[in-house]
Structure formats: structure tokens, C-alpha cells
Write a protein that binds this ligand. Sequence first.
Ligand SMILES: Nc1nc2c(ncn2[C@@H]2O[C@H](COP(=O)(O)OP(=O)(O)OP(=O)(O)O)[C@@H](O)[C@H]2O)c(=O)[nH]1
Ligand SMILES: [Mg+2]
Length: 197
Amino acid sequence: MQYHEASLLATAANEAQWPKSDLPEIIFAGRSNAGKSTLINALVNRKNLAYAGKTPGKTRLLNFFIVDKRVVFTDAPGYGYATSDAKSALAFEKLIDPYFRSRKQLKGLILVADIRRTPNEDDITMVDFAKRSHLSVLIACTKADKVSRSQAMQSMKKIAETLGVSSRVLIPVSSIKKDGMDQLWEKIDSLVAQSQQ
Ligand SMILES: Nc1nc2c(ncn2[C@@H]2O[C@H](COP(=O)(O)OP(=O)(O)OP(=O)(O)O)[C@@H](O)[C@H]2O)c(=O)[nH]1
Ligand SMILES: [Mg+2]
């Protein structure tokens, strides 16, 4: 297990609160309760750096974490939590749209997706948006501990197809068992290296 130094850089409700930084940034986005915050904690070996919990909607604002003084992870609120609730959908859009549009150092999207679920329209929109913005895209398929190996393979094939991405960008992970962390770090490292060329 590698050691990582991580701390909260800022919590932002709007653009004025984004931290000043030149480091490459990666956003962790995905449906509510997919395991974004837990994944960030697992990647840096911390229990409670990012807010995680059983009730969907744990993460409300954009949380920026500086990791190893060389990359910033942005934890985003989940989407699709009460999709019928137009007010929360609008709040999500207001928070995330400007970030995607004008955060210059944003280099990658890690779409966090529960391995047991087929991606929905929101996931597809998120990945398409990232592709159009020329961001690198990785798909972290979480909760792999909840399925068998063959189920995992099958689900990942379906996830890649639905999102229209190569299966090479998918990484099965279990944040609980800490499986897949090295593989994900490898991809993050090459993304960071690429962004610095
Ligand atoms: N078994 C298992 N449970 C997980 C895994 N990752 C996350 N969870 C659980 O899933 C629930 C939601 O995790 P969070 O990290 O809060 O999810 P989130 O995507 O940040 O949720 P919001 O911030 O509400 O959008 C928690 O109960 C976690 O313990 C995993 O890899 N395996
Ligand atoms: Mg969260």
C-alpha cells in the first residue's frame, strides 16, 4: 500500500470559492451513492477525508483535495438523487456547469459507477460532455466486492457499451476491500503525466 498525503484544499458553493491552484485536477462524478467520496478516501488511505455515508446526498458542494502536492481531486455531489426534484437538479447544474466550462486545470473525469447498475442518461451525458471538452475519461466501477468475477466482467462490458468507451478505461474497484486501487492510481498517474506534456 502506497502512502499518500492528502488534505482538503477548499469547499466551494460557487466559482469565487474555487481554490487557486495550477495543479492538474480530476473530478469524481457519478450518481448519488455510487461511492465517489468513499473511493477518494480509499485512494489516499484515509477514513474520513471526504464525506461518505449511507444516506444519498452526503456530498453537497464541490470539495477539492490536494494529493501528494501534485494533483487535485474534486469530489462532486451525486446526480440523480431525487431526479423528480427539479430544484436539486438545477442546483447540481449550477454548481457543476461553470466548473466544467471554465476550470482550466481540469484534465480528467473519473466517472464513478456502481458495477451492478447499467449507466443511465445522466452518466452518458456526463461522459459525452467530458469527451467533448477533451478531458481524459476513466470509469471506476465500484462495489465490485458485491458481485462475482464473472458478473463483474459481464457488467463492465455492458457499462463500456452503454457509455461508448473502450473497455480499457474501466477499472473494477472495491473501496471497502481496497481492491483496484493500484490499477486506478496507475491510470491517474498517466493522466497526470499526459496533462503536463
Ligand atoms: N460494498 C461496498 N460499498 C461501498 C463501496 N464504495 C462505497 N460503498 C458504500 O456506498 C455508500 C455510498 O458511498 P459514498 O462514498 O457516500 O457515495 P457518494 O457517491 O459519494 O454519494 P453522494 O455524495 O451522496 O453522491 C456508503 O454506504 C459506502 O460505504 C464499495 O466499493 N463496496
Ligand atoms: Mg459523496
